[in-house]
Write a protein that binds this ligand. Structure first.
Ligand code: AMP
Length: 998
């Protein structure tokens, strides 16, 4: 084997390829090479110094690296000689931006011990030096210009393998140089007698490489040589915005430190791999931020990339404040289950939440109030509804709009009026979809109500003993004001004694007051529904006595004179009364005729106007002109035909009298080709009607007799005749409303009977109803009962009579009186309570006469309050003097109105009235057998069996049946007992025709 150390080095170098790791070398990204000897394929061209001499110097040798890539190495191995000083210098290396340079050396170095025969000159180190230079100095070389970086020594020259072989180890040493200031530099390797092979030399500097942090891009940055960090500002990546200025520090080691601030992706973009990318279709991002794009919420979509929000599907909406993440919504469905509870002129409306809230929670409710009226179309009875918004003074509690609860109270409505309430549920998108809005509607009719209080009272005139007052009608009369009650008392007496007066109009004069005295006064109005609340207390003072003084003597004289005068006056009055009484008694033929003769032989009660029979006039047209105003035909405008009368059509129209407001009127015409008698008969109705002035009697406006057609003009009654009106509104009124109507009719009849007028044809078809549900008695023609009424039938005595409505004595022997009118009133009462049912249904007139004569009476209509049925039975007393007077009827109904709870006790619980009269048309007086039928009719079946086991011989006995008796036969339930007892009593009273207490 060759013992030359150099050849030994070669051998070892050949082994090098085995020890260099066999994987590709990647430099860290923060290292920028300025020189890499391995990268050079050709000669490196470094110079060795001294270049010429007898000594061997650094020698450039080609080899292959671990990948068999050719590399260039330098080696020197003059271990045998003394004083070695061999230099190897690299080419000029431009510094670029580096301040601090790193030199990485890979080399092998022979262990001097491993070289036999060396003379002690062998070294195991070499020196690394550098020289800065602004440009390439070529081959110019001067040792002393170089500065030493370090002495490089091998860690371990050889490494022992497991097999005991010694293998050459590749050393890697890195040295830092800097700060550099010149544009470039040279490196030099000084060998002083070692056996060294430089396998590779790499010169590099470090940088912080371009990077993206927090969506900010930071450029390549070369650190400073000193210890300080370099602050670098980042710039936001595309489609992003700076939230806080992005910054980072570049360390001297080429590492990025302490990222501060960040950028955020724009709306419509999301962060993906450190970039901002558009949202995909079906997704959206509405805000700046690094969150991901969100999927479109329900009922919305986005067809394009980069959507900021999703559009709503058809019929779905987004309210102004709705976030983009919220589902699109729609208006709610209508509220459900609307319930109304009417209390006089107020109503509580309640409802349930809508089934579909449209996907929102911001539901509120709005209630719209409308006042609706039926409008007859072209004269036909089936009209349409015309609605208008309610008056602004209708009160809503808590309010009409924006209700959060499902209830509202509506007050200050008009009495007897139809209202429609539209309740709408609304949410945040209702306003965006007006066509989709839905509401629930409820129609109600307000009840009769007492009038509101009189608010303003004015003193017109005061004297020592009197005061004249006037006041305004209550703001809400809620019907026709019948009269006012004026209550007053001396202030000092504190209501211990007081006086009550009644006035029809809105003024009164109080007489007989004490001079110079303070009085307190209250007024309240009365309608068919009763009294309203009293006005606030009003105080007034009478004037003081005139200021004059007289001596006690002269005052005595005055007193005596006054006393004598008073005595004389009293005596005269007494005499006058006695004489007049005597005269009257001698003339009186009938107890009814407590009247004074007046004018053309008619009677009058003192102070009360009396009806005058127009037939007593020789010239009936004189009667017309006495009682009816002649109207100019040009003041009348006819609109349409509303009915047919006996003498011609009945039309609706308008009457405009000079300096008066236009009013709606009904116009009865006399058709052409009439006879004189027909004209007289036609106008006789006006002659009669013109004498009446009462809120429950149809009012005559006037007649047209001087031009054709001849007309009778009356107030217009919007709801037409009562029978058809009730049939049209079957079961739609409250008990109080029905009683209110009945009270009106009774009041009108009281007035007629007070006037001495017997109607003879009182029936629901002859009652007219206005828009306020006020009922008025009409049909006053003298011949009408005979001619006009289709219900009138010829009796055996030849006269034409409306059998079903007429009292037995009037049918039998034409005894028409106010008492027979009371019988008819009982039938009207039955018609009203059965909503226009035909009395005695389809029974023939003959059967009706027979049945009534035998004591049978109509049964109570469905749900008829017991008190009202009792009133009917009273009106149908066989003995006419036992029937109630109209005054009593009015007062009974007034009591009922004041105490509506009394209407709750019904006369029976059957559905529609059983046709009792037809069933029981046998002419026998009811016996035990027929009583079972009666009870069947009354639906008291649980009691029937027990009841039929007792032997009653007649209705007399039955009438005596007490609650105790019923208990004995096992009827213990309170309801049926009462019903049976009252039914039996009622039946018995028919048979006996005895009075029934009300
Ligand atoms: P009469 O001839 O009075 O029976 O009237 C015939 C029909 O005309 C009645 O049934 C009503 O429908 C109508 N009518 C009569 N008078 C009036 C009125 N004052 N207002 C409205 N309709 C009326």
């Amino acid at each position: 084997m060759d013992c030359n150390p150099r050849s030994l080095l070669f051998v070892l170098l050949l082994l090098l390829s085995c020890v260099i790791p066999a994987f590709p070398v990647f430099y860290p990204p923060n290292e920028v090479n300025l020189l890499d000897s391995k990268a050079s394929q050709g000669e490196l061209g470094w110079i060795s110094y001294p270049s010429h001499g007898w000594r061997e110097n650094w020698e450039e040798i080609s080899g292959v690296d671990e990948h068999y890539t050719p590399i260039r190495t330098f080696q020197v191995c003059n271990v045998m000689d003394y004083s070695q000083n061999n230099w190897l210098r690299t080419n000029w290396i431009p510094r670029q931006s580096a301040q601090k340079i790193y030199v990485e050396l890979k080399f092998t170095l022979r262990d001097c011990n491993s070289i036999p025969l060396v003379l002690g000159t062998c070294k195991e180190t070499f020196n690394l030096l550098y020289l800065e230079a602004d440009d390439d100095q070529g081959s110019h070389f001067q040792e002393h210009q170089f500065s030493k970086i370090d002495t490089i020594a091998a860690d371990e020259s050889f490494t022992q393998t497991d097999l005991g072989d010694r293998i050459l180890k590749l050393n890697t040493e890195v040295r830092e140089v800097g700060p550099m200031t010149k544009k470039g530099f040279y490196l030099a390797f000084q060998d002083v007698g070692a056996c060294v092979a430089l396998v590779s030399v790499r010169v590099y500097f470090k940088k912080c490489p371009h990077t993206v942090r927090n969506l900010a891009s930071f450029p390549d940055t070369v650190p400073m040589d000193s210890q300080s960090l370099v602050e670098v500002k980042g710039s936001c990546v595309n489609h992003s915005k700076e939230e806080e200025p992005p910054r980072m520090y570049c360390s001297t080691e080429g590492e990025w430190l302490v990222p501060i601030g960040k950028c955020l992706c724009n709306p419509g973009y999301e962060e993906r791999s450190s970039t901002c990318q558009t949202c995909r279709a079906g997704f959206y991002k509405s805000t700046l931020g690094n969150m991901e794009c969100s999927k479109c919420p329900p009922h919305s979509f986005s067809h394009h990339e980069g959507s900021l929000h999703c559009g709503c599907e058809k019929n779905y909406f987004r309210a102004e404040g709705d976030p983009a993440s919220m589902a699109c919504t729609r208006p709610p469905s209508a509220p459900r289950n609307v319930i109304s509870s009417i209390n006089e002129t107020s109503v509580i409306l309640e409802w349930s939440w809508p089934e579909d809230t449209g996907g929102r929670r911001d539901i509120t409710f709005t209630v719209l109030c409308k006042r609706c009226r039926a409008v007859a179309a072209n004269g036909s009875s089936s009209g349409t509804q015309r609605c208008e918004p309610c008056r602004s003074n209708v009160r809503f509690l808590p309010r009409a709009m924006g209700l959060h609860n499902t209830t509202v109270t509506v007050g200050d409505l008009l009495a007897h009026t139809n209202y429609t309430f539209e309740i709408e549920a609304q949410n945040g998108v209702s306003s965006l979809a007006p066509k989709m809005r839905q509401y629930a509607a409820v129609t109600i009719t307000t009840n009769q109500a007492a009038p509101s209080p009189v608010a303003v009272i004015k003193k017109e005139k005061t004297t020592r003993s009197s005061v004249s007052l006037s006041w305004q009608e209550p703001e809400r009369p809620n019907g026709i004001i019948l009269d006012y009650e004026i209550k007053y008392y001396e202030k000092e007496e504190q209501e211990t004694s007081y006086t009550i007066l009644r006035a029809r109009g809105c003024n009164v004069t109080l007489n007989g007051l004490k001079p110079n005295t303070a009085y307190l006064l209250q007024i309240r109005a009365r309608t068919a529904a009763g009294y309203g609340a009293s006005s606030p207390t009003f105080q007034f003072e009478t004037s003081p006595d005139s200021a004059f003084s007289i001596s006690s003597e002269s005052s005595q004289v005055v007193l005596i004179a006054i006393s004598s005068a008073v005595a004389i006056i009293l005596l005269t009055v007494l005499l006058y009364v006695l004489i007049s009484r005597f005269c009257c008694r001698s003339k009186s033929k009938h107890p009814d005729e407590k009247r004074l003769h007046f004018g053309n032989g008619h009677l009058r009660l003192p102070g009360i106007r009396t009806y005058v029979d127009p037939h007593t006039y020789e010239d009936p047209s004189q009667a017309v002109h006495e009682f009816a105003k002649e109207l100019d035909a040009s003041c009348i405008a006819i609109d349409k035909v509303v009915g047919a009368g006996e003498f011609g059509e009945v039309c609706s129209g308008r009457l405009k009298l000079p300096s008066k407001k236009e009013i709606c009127v009904a116009i009865k015409t006399l058709k052409g080709g009439y006879t004189d008698k027909q004209r007289r008969d036609f106008l006789s109705e006006a002659s009669i009607m013109g004498q009446f002035d009462h809120p429950n009697i149809i009012r005559l406006e006037g007649v047209v007799t001087r031009s054709k057609p001849v007309m009778i003009v009356t107030e217009y009654m919007e709801n037409g005749s009562l029978d058809s009106f009730l049939r049209k509104h079957d079961a739609q009124f409250t008990g109080i409303q029905l009683v209110g109507m009945l009270r009106g009719i009774a009041s009108g009849m009281k007035y007629l009977s007070d006037m001495g007028y017997v109607h003879r044809d009182l029936a629901a078809r002859n009652i007219l109803v206005n828009s306020n549900l006020v009922c008025k008695v009409s049909d006053f023609g003298l011949s009408r009962v005979l001619e006009d009424d289709p219900e009138a039938a010829y009796t055996t005595r030849g006269g034409k009579i409306p059998i079903r409505w007429t009292a037995p004595e009037a049918i039998a022997y034409r005894k028409f009186t106010s008492a027979s009118d009371a019988w008819s009133y009982g039938i009207v009462l039955w018609e009203v309570m059965s909503y226009g049912e035909r009395p005695y249904w389809e029974m023939s007139n003959q059967d009706v006469i027979k049945a009534v004569d035998e004591g049978y009476r109509l049964p109570p209509p469905m749900d008829c309050p017991a008190t009202l049925y009792q009133l009917m039975l009273d009106c149908w007393q066989k003995e006419r003097n036992n029937r109630p007077k109209f005054e009593q009827i009015v007062s009974i109904l007034d009591k009922l109105i004041r105490n509506p709870s009394s209407l709750k006790i019904t006369a029976n619980t059957t559905s529609r009235p059983a046709n009792l009269l037809l069933d029981r048309s046998s002419s026998e007086v009811p016996s035990v057998g027929t009583m079972g039928d009666w009870m069947d009719g009354m639906r008291t079946l649980p009691c029937k069996e027990a009841f039929s086991g007792v032997s009653y011989s007649s209705c007399d006995t039955l009438a005596k049946t007490s609650t105790e008796d019923l208990k004995k036969v096992g009827v213990t339930i309170v309801g049926p007992q009462k019903k049976i007892v009252s039914s039996l009593k009622a039946l018995d009273s028919h048979n006996k025709n005895g009075p029934v207490p009300v």
